[in-house]
Design a protein around this ligand. Structure first.
Ligand code: MRU
Length: 341
């Protein structure tokens, strides 16, 4: 399986996803600033992976502080956590992982920095390992919803590249395929950064799952003419009522699913559930540079000076979601059973 990120004891190794599918380049770094920059540039991306990367980034920044005073160690930890938290605002996994690490510091008020570091290292590795296990559980729960012979539409990238395991929505499809179900996955290219075309098609090919690439604006016609049985996507943050933030364009698909009478599923680990917010209104939606829209495919794709609206995510209202698949099972409306990890 693809290892999109790895803790190497005193450095982090990650796959630069911006170079896929052309080049498979791994970057080794001991510098937390390099990892933060990689998160901002989407070299490392996908909500669950951002949580793992945040934990490893915090660890990297504390390596030089192992022999410092306890106070200096705690100040450095706070500063580093703030810098990582400022990298991308929408995926709650990033904040959830940082909070888990900081909580450990609060719970151990008397330990020396080298002991604290060892505890944080164990915690970061646990965050990674637990994500792997949650992907497996999502896969098993979700595969039961995918009929043999199904055509399934997905958006963005939710596989091993985006997580610490087999993926979320992709993990469901992977598990169904491995169970012998004959599925075909239609992948939205996912403008503007093409995570569907570059990453999901790459992962489908590696897994031997039949895949068909479509441009985003082909989704409605595909549903009508190719007998799509279900739509499944991942999530970056799920509010207590089930409202779900995911890659821009997800909301369009949920509306299309309703119009065509097919199920619309979300698959995500319980670390993506944010019960501190009642609904999706409180979710901060990242806006990215308009250059990502006006300078696509390495060339100029809009007149200079074009004004651009470039949200990276949208929020799908809960009433359009047929089920939310987490590691704790399949949650149906009204989604009262959603629990934050
Ligand atoms: O901007 P990205 O590529 O980080 O956005 C990723 C998505 O929207 C994914 O669908 C989501 O994080 C779920 S990944 C399992």
């Amino acid at each position: 399986m693809i290892k999109s990120i790895e803790w190497c004891g005193s450095s982090v190794r990650f796959l630069d996803q911006t170079l896929l599918p052309g080049d498979e380049v791994y970057i080794d770094t001991e510098d937390p600033a390099v990892l933060i920059d990689a998160i901002k540039r989407l070299k490392v991306r996908g909500a669950p992976l951002l949580g793992i990367a945040a934990a490893y980034g915090l660890l990297l920044s504390l390596i030089p502080m192992r022999t410092a005073s306890r106070d200096a160690f705690l100040v450095a930890a706070d500063r580093s956590a703030d810098a990582i938290a400022a990298s991308r605002p929408t995926a709650v996994n990033l904040f959830w992982a940082l909070e888990r690490m900081k909580r450990l510091l609060r719970l151990n008020p008397h330990n020396a920095p080298d002991e604290l570091f060892d505890m944080l290292q164990t915690e970061a590795l646990a965050i990674h390992q637990e994500d792997r296990a949650m992907c497996d559980a999502i896969g098993v729960a979700g595969a039961a919803l995918i009929p043999d012979g199904a055509n399934v539409l997905t958006h963005c990238n939710t596989g091993a590249l985006a997580t610490g395991g087999i993926g979320t929505a992709f993990g469901v499809l992977y598990t169904a395929h491995r169970a012998g179900k004959r599925i075909v996955v239609y992948a939205d290219e996912t403008r503007p950064l093409l995570q569907g075309a570059r990453l999901t098609m790459w992962e489908l090919q590696k897994a031997g799952i039949p895949g068909v690439l479509i441009t985003d604006n082909t989704a409605a016609w595909t549903i009508r003419t190719k007998r799509i049985d279900a739509i499944i996507t991942g999530a970056d943050r799920i509010a207590a009522n089930g409202d779900t933030a995911n890659k821009i364009g997800t909301y369009n698909l949920a509306v299309l699913a309703k119009e065509h009478g097919i199920p619309f599923y979300i698959a995500a680990p319980s670390s993506t559930v944010d019960t501190s917010i009642a609904d999706g209104v409180a979710i901060v939606i990242e806006e990215r540079s308009g250059d990502e829209v006006t300078r696509s495919f390495g060339t100029t794709t809009a007149p200079a000076g074009s004004s651009v609206f470039a949200p990276a995510f949208d929020v799908t209202p809960h009433h359009l979601i047929s089920a939310i698949i987490t590691d704790r099972g399949v949650h149906r409306p009204p989604f009262r059973g959603l629990v934050q990890r």
